[in-house]
Design a protein around this ligand. Structure first.
Ligand SMILES: Nc1ncnc2c1ncn2[C@@H]1O[C@H](COP(=O)(O)OP(=O)(O)OP(=O)(O)O)[C@@H](O)[C@H]1O
Length: 863
């Protein structure tokens, strides 16, 4: 089993670090505080969810809410992925070959133990070695073995605080409890007898009360019949006395009215006479209302008359004004009409004028542009010059060709001269002297030089001509463009001049109308105020004035007629105030008389009723006397019945109380019986429990003794011892054998381990007397040996700063041992500062700290 990879997120100083363990010996290096041990902490946390820094929450990077550790472990073909979430344990999970097999902290812990086949205590005591703790194994071995072999649990099982002892204590306390139950049984039995007696007494009392209740019920029945009879009489009595008191009251009221009879009669006759005398006032009311109506109409007509008179006066004034303004208004309208007629010509004149301005500006601009073109050189002249240059270039090119030909001839001559073996002219065959040859060569070379100079002059000339030709080509293009522009401008100028002329002709035609329009406009401005005045009065006319006057005369006639009618009415009424006063009194008297008549009729009918009522009163008084009803007798009987009912209710209450008591006591009795049965059942357990106490006691003695522990340890010890010697052989030490012996401690004495090494001479040496290096080798071998005894194959070993505090000698030994361990353990992970460990490692993981963040560099070394 190998750890392949670990990923730390917000874990201690790591923000996001992925570490691959690719080598056999993987060295984790870096400065103090860089975050090396944190990687080991990450592995331990991911395997056992355990923090080596106190509280688990301390593992979260400061400032973050949680941290994640993800580890990949390979076991043959199986790849396990373990994910741990520090703050949220329910997010923990483990997957096997990408398929989830457990979730949640507890389940994941259990699964890992199953996969590793060892629990955390054993791994932490063997293959995971914390800073400077290699040799601790010698001290811890007894405890480690106890842990491994679960002897610890055996001790715990039998100790005075262990489960067996508690079982024994529990049974003993149960027995004690059962002793108390015996006493309880006796007490409950007495209680039961007392309860049974009480129930008997209550039942007897209940019988007596039931008889008493029957007697009361009979008495109530008899008295109820008597009371019913009295109630009938009482109802009749109340009815008769009620009627009697009503009639007595009525009689009193009638008698009072009858006393007034004569007084009312004379009053009525007096009023009748007075009304008769003033009968002429009948209909006076309608006369008055007619008079009021006529007066209202009179006022209305007078108002109309006033308004109309004012209206006519104003109308006459406005009509006069209209006539005086009529001529000016007519003139205004005529001018306005003329103005509208020539308005179009006026507007056209104005727009043509502005158009003319624009055209003139445009014309001036074109003329300026033509001027700016200046004198354009003749295109023909330029063409001719170009033609001449081309001819000259051709000519010079020919000369150049001829000179080049001559130059090559001369060079060939010079070459030939050099190659002549015999002093004979290769051309003519004549003899050639050396001087002659030199002379020919000098002449030829001079001519070559001369030709070269001429060639260069010709080329210069050709260049100059070409430059001039290109200048002329540009000039030509410029001339063509200017000529094109000039032609266009001239065309524009001709067109625009024609347009200007046309506009001017048109303007002349329109000038007369334009002037007339301007004059009319002036005149209209002068006439406008008068015209506005005229418009205000233009609707006034003679016909309407006549109509208004006719209306005035008809209102006057109407008013006259009305005033005559008012006069006639006043003649009938006389003084208006006095008439109104009389009329008011007349009406009041009439109302009074109506009421008196009504009252008089009522008294007359009451006189007849009085007789009847008196008779009925005498009859009623007789009937009441004969009824012979006594209210006191009724009250007493009523009270007696009420008392009897209360007594009956009390008896019933007493009955139900006793019945409830009997029921409760019966329930109590049932409970008591069942409790007594239960206690009896408990008491039957006593003999069995006594036997159990004896047996547990015996078991504790057997398991607690050192014999059994010694036996278990001795079997396992031989396996470790054999493994240890095999490993030590590989470490190349000079011992023939190392032995391990235990002294199992007791309650007061601690267990002890005695390790002895035998040298080749056969002498045994105590572990304390060995060299430091030898001790470290044996310690490491011992750790591996224990792990090997428990696992078929040890996958990895983790060491945090194993060389810390070691001197050079021991360090060297340790390095050897680590190297040799490779044969037994396929993967070693070491946190170290030590250069020599780096040297024996085949994979370096460097950790550096930037700010508060750890950064990983793999496969290379960074100091
Ligand atoms: N919860 C945390 N958040 C952030 N940083 C932390 C936290 N807890 C501890 N540290 C810092 O993490 C750093 C790394 O600690 P670690 O023990 O891994 O260092 P190291 O490289 O093993 O150092 P040394 O060689 O001194 O043992 C330390 O500087 C420590 O102060």
């Amino acid at each position: 089993m190998k750890i392949e990879k670990i990923f730390l997120q917000n874990f201690l100083s790591h923000e996001s670090s992925e570490i691959n363990f690719k080598g056999s010996i993987n060295a984790i290096v870096g400065q103090n505080g860089a975050g090396k041990t944190s990687i080991i902490d990450g592995i331990v946390f991911s395997l056992f969810s355990e923090s080596s820094r106190g509280n688990i929450k301390n593992l979260v990077k400061k400032g973050k809410s949680t941290g994640i550790v993800q580890t990949e472990i390979r076991d043959g073909n199986n790849l396990y992925l373990i994910k741990r979430d520090i703050a949220n344990s329910s997010n923990d999970f483990i997957a096997k070959n990408n398929i989830g097999i457990a979730r949640g902290r507890k389940e994941v812990d259990r699964k890992i133990q199953e996969i590793l086949k060892l629990d955390k205590d054993i791994l932490l005591s063997t293959v995971i070695i914390r800073q400077g703790e290699i040799e601790n194994i010698f001290k811890e071995l007894p405890d480690v073995l106890k842990k491994i072999l679960k002897i610890e649990n055996l001790e715990k099982l039998t100790s005075s605080t262990g489960p067996l002892y508690s079982v024994q204590k529990e049974i003993e306390s149960e027995l004690k409890y059962l002793e108390n139950r015996k006493i309880e049984y006796e007490n409950k039995k007495l209680e039961k007898e007392k309860l049974e007696k009480e129930i008997e007494e209550s039942k007897k009392k209940l019988e007596d009360l039931k008889i008493k209740k029957l007697e009361k019920e009979k008495e109530i029945k008899d008295n109820s019949a008597k009371l019913d009879e009295l109630k009938g009489k009482r109802d009749k009595y109340l009815e008769l006395t009620g009627r009697l008191s009503f009639l007595t009251e009525r009689k009193k009221s009638i008698e009072k009215d009858v006393e007034n009879y004569d007084k009312i009669k004379s009053e009525k006759e007096k009023l009748e006479k007075e009304i008769e005398e003033n009968s002429y006032l009948e209909g006076g009311e309608s006369l008055l209302s007619e008079l009021h109506e006529l007066r209202k109409s009179e006022k209305n007509l007078k108002d109309q008359l006033n308004t109309l008179e004012k209206e006519i006066e104003e109308y006459e004034q406005n009509l006069t004004k209209k006539i005086s303004l009529e001529d000016d208004a007519k003139r205004y309208e005529e001018l306005k009409e003329r103005k509208e007629k020539i308005e179009e010509a006026y507007n056209e004149y104005n727009s043509l004028k502005s158009l003319l301005n624009d055209k003139l500006k445009r014309k001036e601009k074109i003329e300026n542009e033509i001027k700016s073109l200046g004198n354009i050189p003749s295109l023909d002249n330029v063409n001719e010059e170009v033609e001449n240059i081309e001819k000259e270039i051709d000519n010079l090119q020919n000369i150049k060709g001829a000179m080049k030909g001559r130059k090559e001839q001369l060079i060939q001559v010079i070459k030939n001269l050099e190659n002549i073996r015999e002093n004979k002219c290769p051309v003519c065959g004549r003899e050639l002297t050396e001087e002659h040859k030199i002379k020919i060569k000098i002449e030829a070379e001079t001519e070559v030089k001369d030709i070269e100079k001429k060639l260069s002059d010709v080329e210069k000339k050709v260049e100059e001509l070409r430059a001039r030709k290109s200048e002329l080509s540009n000039l030509r293009l410029e001339i063509i463009s200017k000529l094109t522009k000039l032609r266009k401008l001239n065309e524009d100028l001709t067109r625009i001049s024609q347009e200007v002329q046309d506009i001017q002709t048109k303007l002349k035609e329109l000038e007369k109308s334009y002037k007339e329009y301007s004059e009319i406009r002036e005149k209209l401005i002068l006439l406008e105020p008068k015209y506005k005045e005229y418009l205000k009065v233009s609707n006034y006319n003679e016909k309407t004035l006549e109509e208004k006057k006719n209306r005035l005369s008809s209102i006057k006639a109407e008013l006259d007629d009305l005033q005559k009618r008012i006069k006639g009415l006043l003649e009938k009424i006389g003084d208006e105030r006095e008439f109104e006063g009389k009329l008011k009194l007349y009406k009041e008297n009439k109302n009074k008389l109506d009421k008196l008549r009504e009252y008089f009729i009522k008294i007359e009918s009451e006189k007849n009723e009085l007789e009847k009522i008196s008779k009925e009163i005498i009859e009623l008084e007789e009937e009441i006397r004969q009824l012979n009803f006594n209210e006191e007798e009724f009250e007493n009987l009523n009270k007696k019945l009420e008392d009897l009912n209360n007594e009956r209710i009390n008896i019933e209450k007493e009955i139900s109380t006793i019945e409830g008591k009997i029921n409760a006591s019966s329930d109590l009795l049932v409970n008591l019986n069942s409790e007594l049965n239960k206690i009896m059942e408990d008491l039957n357990k006593i003999p069995k429990l006594q036997k159990a106490v004896d047996r547990v006691e015996k078991l504790r003695k057997i398991l607690g003794g050192s014999g059994l522990q010694n036996y278990i340890i001795s079997i396992f010890k031989s396996r470790i011892e054999n493994n240890l010697n095999d490993i030590l052989n590989m470490f190349n030490l000079s011992f023939s054998r190392v032995t391990i012996n235990f002294e199992i401690g007791g309650k007061t004495q601690k267990s002890k381990v005695i390790i002895k090494a035998y040298n080749t001479a056969g002498n045994d040496l105590d572990i304390e007397s060995l060299s430091g290096g030898e001790r470290i080798s044996i310690a490491l071998a011992l750790r591996i040996a224990i792990a090997k005894s428990l696992m078929d194959e040890i996958g990895f070993m983790i060491m945090d700063e194993p060389t810390i505090h070691l001197d050079e000698e021991r360090k060297k030994e340790l390095l050897n041992v680590i190297k040799y361990s490779m044969n037994i353990i396929p993967q070693i992970i070491i946190v170290t500062h030590d250069e020599e460990i780096k040297e024996i490692s085949d994979y370096i993981i460097s950790v550096i700290k930037k700010g508060d963040k750890s950064i990983i560099k793999q496969g290379e070394y960074i100091d």
